[in-house]
Design a protein around this ligand. Structure first.
Ligand code: NAD
Ligand code: MG
Length: 393
């Protein structure tokens, strides 16, 4: 029996996690659920899955959340603020933590779970992008197990040999890791029209239903850039070990190319319940609720390479990956501010790359040797990005 804390339970990944867990009451029980502000949904979820603890990080909601919890007869404990978030990630009753908060806000709670040596199901890619080596070191020190939830990384994990040595592709018989991406909703849109694209258009991903931030990142392909950096840390790769392949149908979720010419791909319907179920039950396999892939219904199965003009954000992320950790941390922070500005209608779709480019151009790389320096770098980049957004208004 695994006992779980789900960080970010009200989000897209959080809800898919609860949907998988619900099918297997004999395997999983829920200790705590967390949400930023959606107290109604998280309290309802807690009643349904018998969670003992709920954490709401926005402390301003204390009064109304308490009243609502009482109203729907939630009998567990309600907590507020970031300290409580860290406590439920570290609690001794908990074996497994789903890290599914979006953005940099997920860093400290995810690290709390890592430091406590939990089995961490990592959806929050931003935490690994921000803190890279420090994150990996923390996991090694505490003996935490990190299992990838991001569909590409979960696919790569499934295609790696059982005796894969972290960072050692040559001795694992591997030539390349092939990271696939769909190209998002604007794969065929005229680039001249990009400045007029709306948040609703950008959030309408052709294959995946996801939270707003990752949907915009998928449209700009910053998501693939963040995933490139994420893959480097998860598997100990060099930049040259990874090729990015556009595969618009999202049937293949990524591949491993071996030195003997074999290519192993993980395929399935694009539904996050598959990687979630895989990581939850690993090394066993359980029912996820995802329908079987029907090959007779696959109209197309195509591959191309991404282009620089269409996806400048992808190339900024690759440049940051070359420049080093502080550039990755700063770019991740600037991107969050830029995406937020676009979602609020303050800046144009094309301005996201402007904000991110300005951040990288003005960034001087330095060593991030502690989580405090990571947080500091993140904070500074947010200030610069905010003023760039202001300048564009
Ligand atoms: P979402 O926006 O749907 O949900 C985000 C969750 O985080 C919510 O529960 C919200 O309450 C919580 N949250 C937001 N801000 C917070 C804050 N400041 N403090 C505490 N909690 C906060 O996001 P999502 O699509 O579920 O994505 C979650 C993470 O998983 C992201 O890092 C994303 O990149 C990654 N991911 C998502 C998908 C997907 O299909 N949705 C796929 C791969 C990876
Ligand atoms: Mg992904």
């Amino acid at each position: 029996m695994q006992t779980l804390t789900i960080l970010g339970a009200t989000g897209s990944i959080g809800q898919s996690t609860l949907a998988v867990i619900e099918r297997h009451p004999e395997r999983f029980k829920v200790y705590a659920l967390t949400a930023h502000s959606n107290y109604k949904l998280v309290c309802k979820q807690a009643v349904a899955c018998h969670a003992q603890h709920v954490v709401i990080s926005d402390e301003r909601l204390l009064k109304e959340a308490r009243e609502y919890a009482k109203h729907i007869q939630f009998t567990g404990q309600l907590h507020f603020g970031t300290d409580a978030l860290h406590s439920v990630a570290q609690a001794s009753d908990v074996t497994t933590v789903m890290a599914a908060i979006v953005g940099g806000a997920g860093l400290l709670p995810t690290l709390a779970a890592v430091n406590a040596g939990k089995k961490v199901l990592l959806a929050n890619k931003e935490s690994l992008v921000m803190s890279g080596e420090l994150f990996v070191q923390a996991a090694n020190q505490s003996n935490a197990t990190i299992l990838p939830i991001d569909s590409e990384h979960n696919a790569i994990f499934q295609c790696l040999p059982h005796n894969f040595m972290y960072g050692d592709l040559a001795n694992s018989g591997i030539r390349k890791i092939l990271l696939t991406g769909s190209g998002g909703p604007f794969l065929h849109t005229d680039i001249a029209d990009f400045s007029r694209l709306t948040p609703a258009q950008a959030c309408a991903h052709p294959n995946w239903a996801m939270g707003q931030k990752i949907s915009i990142d998928s449209a700009t392909m910053m998501n693939k850039g963040l995933e490139f950096i994420e893959a480097r840390w998860l598997f100990g790769l060099a930049n040259d070990d990874i090729d990015i392949v556009l595969h618009p149908q999202s049937t293949i979720h990524s591949m491993v190319q071996y030195t003997d010419g074999s290519v192993l791909a993980q395929m399935g319907n694009p539904d996050m319940r598959t990687p979630i179920a895989h990581a939850l039950a690993y090394p066993e396999r359980i029912e996820s609720g995802v329908p079987a892939l029907d090959f007779s219904q696959l109209a197309d199965f195509t591959f191309t390479t991404p282009c620089n003009q269409r996806y400048p954000n992808l190339y900024l992320a690759l440049a940051a990956a070359k420049a080093g950790q502080s550039a990755c941390t700063a770019l991740n922070a600037a991107n969050e501010i830029a995406v937020d500005g676009f979602l609020k209608g303050h800046i144009a779709f094309t301005d996201i790359a402007r904000v991110n480019e300005h951040c990288l151009e003005t960034h001087h790389s330095y060593v991030l040797d502690s989580i405090d320096t990571v947080l500091d770098c993140d904070k500074q980049a947010r200030v610069i990005a905010h003023s760039t957004v202001q300048g564009l208004l």
